[in-house]
Design a protein around this ligand. Structure first.
Ligand SMILES: *[C@@H]1O[C@H](CO)[C@@H](O)[C@H](O)[C@H]1NC(C)=O
Ligand SMILES: *[C@@H]1O[C@H](CO)[C@@H](O)[C@H](O)[C@H]1NC(C)=O
Ligand SMILES: *[C@@H]1O[C@H](CO)[C@@H](O)[C@H](O)[C@H]1NC(C)=O
Ligand SMILES: *[C@@H]1O[C@H](CO)[C@@H](O)[C@H](O)[C@H]1NC(C)=O
Ligand SMILES: *[C@@H]1O[C@H](CO)[C@@H](O)[C@H](O)[C@H]1NC(C)=O
Length: 196
């Protein structure tokens, strides 16, 4: 019996050893939903590939497919669900665009991209981020009309688009689905029309 127990323990150790791949061990240890886990990693790696200039190499070596996303710099996860809830790329000198893949971060509550040189428009897919509470895009070069994307994010509390090149006007029903909105900063853009 004792020999058998020792044999089993050795077997377990051997299995742990041969699965020494970070990803597998991590997935097993935390009983992730592996499918969402991979999707979130893909979403952030897609963002990384859409960043065309990273002057301090902040993401180049620190966002690696061999380490779990929840351990990456400027990313935080829900401690129980291991889903990305926080992304803060503030003031990293980054240039690039935001890919639609970000919409897969369905637990995202906070996104801060302030003080970079992101450009292009926000993908319409972002409208599905229903848990987003804070969006800070201050001082970038975003263009296009954003308001219709925001108007369905019913958890929103704080939105600052200050200092971009957003165009267009706020639709009349903009505030109808935003019961929690406390701060909306739109100054220094190219918006026209009236606040509904
Ligand atoms: C895992 O996540 C995917 C995508 O979010 C979902 O379709 C699937 O049902 C989830 N599986 C489990 C077991 O929760
Ligand atoms: C990212 O990694 C590089 C090199 O591995 C390191 O020098 C740098 O400090 C890291 N960046 C951050 C923001 O931690
Ligand atoms: C993002 O990080 C910067 C410092 O790098 C900090 O000042 C700012 O408060 C953070 N934003 C959020 C929403 O936590
Ligand atoms: C925005 O783009 C212009 C050129 O089109 C550039 O001069 C400016 O520095 C950029 N601003 C930011 C915050 O990236
Ligand atoms: C907002 O949600 C409504 C109802 O779910 C949907 O019909 C509409 O297309 C959505 N708008 C956007 C911009 O996603």
């Amino acid at each position: 019996m004792k020999t058998f127990v020792v044999f089993c323990m050795k077997l377990v150790l051997l299995l742990v050893h041969i699965s020494g791949n970070d990803h597998l061990v991590n997935a097993a240890a935390t009983s992730h939903n592996t499918s969402s886990y991979n999707t979130e990693q893909e979403a952030l790696l897609a963002l990384k590939t859409h960043i065309t200039y990273d002057p301090y190499n902040s993401l180049a070596s620190n966002w690696s497919s061999t380490t779990p996303v929840c351990s990456w710099i400027v990313v935080s996860c829900d401690p129980i669900l291991h889903r990305v809830t926080y992304l803060n790329l503030s003031d990293m000198g980054l240039q690039g665009t935001i890919p639609p893949h970000i919409a897969s971060l369905s637990f995202l509550a906070v996104i801060d991209l302030s003080d970079n040189s992101f450009h292009g428009s926000l993908p319409s897919e972002l409208a599905s981020l229903r848990l987003l509470k804070r969006i800070n895009l201050v001082r970038n070069n975003f263009t296009g009309a954003i308001p219709n994307i925001l108007s369905n994010m019913s958890s929103l509390q704080y939105v600052s688009l200050f200092g971009n090149k957003f165009t267009g006007s706020l639709p009349d029903d903009f505030f109808e689905n935003l019961p929690n909105l406390q701060d909306l900063v739109l100054a220094n853009n190219l918006l026209v029309g009236q606040i509904p």
